[in-house]
Each structure stands twice: as structure tokens, then as C-alpha cells.
Design a protein around this ligand. Structure first.
Ligand code: IPM
Ligand code: MG
Length: 372
């Protein structure tokens, strides 16, 4: 018997596979006990795919990604491949998926669990109860703009070129995602660019402003220059509700915001494509953290970002808010008992590895639901 819905699992490199192996136990529990009726397929991406197939992602895998309802992604990146061309690096796999599936809106929440307020490098009084959402554009901007490349001038000087480029529709559609999200939150969007030095930033500011006036008068819109935003995120992060920004600034600011929560190992993300006529939309869920080659293979990686990414999938792709909350509550409760992976250790807490952390969270999910 086949299920109507499909998930594609792409564990990738480094800590990706060892975390995914454990998190699969939670996914399978939801299939067994909560009626999550999905087929699961797995494929290689990143360095793992390079190793076997000579490319970071095969066309067949992109095709498969088009066909499924949701993708659960681990992490890509392996220093072994740092010397090869950009289009052959492990990172090209995630960039190709974003581009090919038109996954333009990357939602990166930064929420501080009460139990972890002390794990932040910022004082707890600045980060406790923090709850912000970064909406990052992910298929445009300087990551994809042309011309690009490295060229050699007649005098032998070499020149590296990338182009920051945004069009009105590209800005509008990502701003819409941010405004819609704000309506379900505190009703405040802060749009971030460098309109003081960049034309693409100036256009960004104009387009977001017009859209707010025309379609979202109920949402409060403010603007901030990207450098100031970086500073404000560490000075007073709770001033933000939703931040909307381009690809490059979003990459930087979301790493920065994630550290406010104590660890990069805590934060999930969802990357969404346009809504199609049949009501479906391509969606990829991945932790914000990378492949962490320095700790890969040791069984010590924090699985929480990957588990929370699955929770986001339940909420956004399968309309299962209750199941998502079940996971989030279980994680909160387990953190309250003092269990910690190495990256979020504070004095007086107990250190466990990936496997024990996942087992504890699954146990708590069972207890809360009274199932399994
Ligand atoms: C991210 C990562 C990626 C990016 C890399 C792996 C290409 O840093 O998802 O934030 O820069 O977008
Ligand atoms: Mg990044």
C-alpha cells in the first residue's frame, strides 16, 4: 500500500546522517502512532553524493524533490571538497534545490527556551522569552546574480565578481510571506537592506513600503540598515518580531540571531516555494547549523534543530499543528529536566549524546500523548 504523501530525506554530510538516523525514530513514531501517512525515500546529497556519483546532487534527486510533499534536509559541507569548483562543492546541492524548486522564502525562527536562557552568550535578561522570525530570500540576490566569476585582466590582475540583483516581483513575494507571518504574530515587520549604499537595497525599501501601504496597512513596517540590524540584534533582540531581508544579509543575520538562543544546534528552518494552483507548495526543512565536520562521527551533536525542523514540516506541509506542538512541548520538558548536549551545557546540567537526547524526547512525546 502506498501513502498519498511523500517525504524525501536528504541527510547529507558530517553530523547530518548520524543526527538523521536518530531523528528518524521520531518520524517513524508519528507514522506508527499518530496516523502520519507518508512514504519516505532517502537520497545522497553533498559530499556523500560526490563520493559515490561525482556530483553534489543528481538530476534524479532534483526530480524526486519536485515530486514529494516535503524534504527533510540534514546538512552539507565537507572540507575535503573545499578546493573544487563552486558547482561541484557539497554546498551546491542545497543551492540547486533552492533554485530548482524555487524555494524563495526561508523562515528562520529564533526562540529561546526558558531552560536555555543561561546558555546564551548574552545575559539572560536580554534574551529570555526572545521570539523572532527571520524571513530570508533564498533564490535571488548576490548568491545567484550574474555576471559572476573570476577573470584575469590583460595586466594579469585577477578579478572576482558577484552581482546583487533583485526585481520587484522577487521582493514582493518574499515581503508577502513576512507580512502574512507578522499577522499571525506581533504584527511588526522590520525590512533590512543597505539602501544607503546599494540600489538593490533602495528598490527593496521602496517595494516593501508600497506593498505594506497597498495590502498590509494593519502590519507595522519599519526599516533598518543591515549593519545596524546586526548591532541591534545583540543590543536589544526583543525589539524584533519579523525581519525580512535578502539572501546574503539573511544568511549572516540568521546565524547571528541563532546564537542568541544559546546554540546553533537549536534552530530549525523552513524554506517554502510559491503556492501552486493545486494548493501545494514545495517545502524543505533543515536545521540552520551546518555539517560540523569537527564533531562528526562522535555521537555528540545536538539533534534538536533537526527534530524542530520535522515539527515545522508537520505544521507547514501537513497541517498538523497539534503534532508540532507535541514535539515542541516534549523538547521544552526534557530541557527543563536538565538534559543537555555538549553545545548547550551549563553548570549543573547533565551531558548526553545525540542518541540519548532523542530517546528522552521520544519518551516524553509518548508520555504526553499517552500513546506508544
Ligand atoms: C545556510 C548555509 C548555506 C547558505 C550554505 C551551506 C550554502 O549557510 O543555509 O545558511 O549560505 O545559504
Ligand atoms: Mg548560513
Amino acid at each position: 500500500m502506498t501513502s498519498s504523501k511523500k517525504i524525501l530525506v536528504l541527510a547529507g554530510d558530517g553530523i547530518g546522517p548520524e543526527v538523521m538516523r536518530e531523528v528518524a525514530k521520531i518520524v517513524n513514531w508519528f507514522r506508527a502512532y499518530r496516523g502520519l501517512d507518508v512514504d519516505i525515500a532517502e537520497e545522497l546529497v553533498g559530499g556523500a553524493s560526490l563520493e559515490v556519483h561525482g556530483v553534489p546532487i543528481r538530476d534524479e534527486v532534483i526530480q524526486r524533490a519536485h515530486e514529494v510533499d516535503a524534504i527533510l534536509f540534514g546538512a552539507v559541507g565537507d572540507p575535503k571538497w573545499a578546493h573544487v569548483d563552486f558547482n561541484l562543492r557539497p554546498e551546491a546541492a542545497i543551492l540547486a534545490l533552492r533554485k530548482e524548486l524555487d524555494l524563495f522564502a526561508n523562515l528562520r525562527p529564533a526562540q529561546v527556551f526558558d531552560a536555555l536562557a543561561d546558555a546564551s552568550t548574552l545575559k539572560a535578561e536580554y534574551v529570555s522569552k526572545l521570539d523572532l522570525l527571520i524571513v530570508r530570500e533564498t533564490v535571488g540576490g548576490i548568491y545567484f546574480g550574474t555576471p559572476r566569476g573570476i577573470e584575469t585582466l590583460p595586466d594579469g590582475t585577477r578579478r572576482g565578481i558577484n552581482t546583487e540583483l533583485y526585481t520587484t516581483p522577487e521582493i514582493e513575494r518574499v515581503a508577502r510571506v513576512a507580512f502574512d507571518a507578522a499577522r499571525k504574530r506581533q504584527g511588526h515587520v522590520c525590512s533590512v537592506e543597505k539602501s544607503n549604499v546599494m540600489e538593490s537595497g533602495l528598490l527593496w525599501r521602496e517595494v516593501v513600503t508600497s506593498l505594506q501601504q497597498a495590502e498590509y496597512p494593519d502590519v507595522t513596517l519599519t526599516h533598518m540598515l543591515a549593519d545596524n540590524c546586526a548591532m541591534q540584534l545583540v543590543r536589544n533582540p526583543r525589539q524584533f518580531d519579523v525581519i525580512v531581508t535578502g539572501n546574503l544579509f539573511g544568511d549572516l543575520l540568521s546565524d547571528l540571531a541563532s546564537m542568541l538562543t544559546g546554540s546553533l544546534g537549536m534552530l530549525p528552518s523552513a524554506t517554502l516555494g510559491p503556492l501552486k494552483e493545486d494548493g501545494r507548495r514545495a517545502a524543505l526543512y533543515e536545521p540552520i547549523h551546518g555539517s560540523a565536520p569537527d564533531i562528526a562521527g562522535q555521537g555528540i551533536a545536538n539533534p534538536i534543530a533537526q527534530i524542530l525542523s520535522f515539527a515545522m514540516m508537520l505544521r507547514y506541509s501537513f497541517d498538523r499543528d497539534e503534532d508540532a506542538r507535541l514535539i515542541e512541548t516534549a523538547i521544552e520538558n526534557i530541557l527543563n529536566t536538565g538534559l543537555r548536549t555538549a553545545d548547550i551545557m551549563t553548570p549543573g546540567t547533565a551531558r548526553v549524546g545525540t542518541e540519548v537526547m532523542v530517546a528522552a524526547i521520544l519518551q516524553e512525546i509518548k508520555r504526553l500523548s499517552g500513546q506508544g
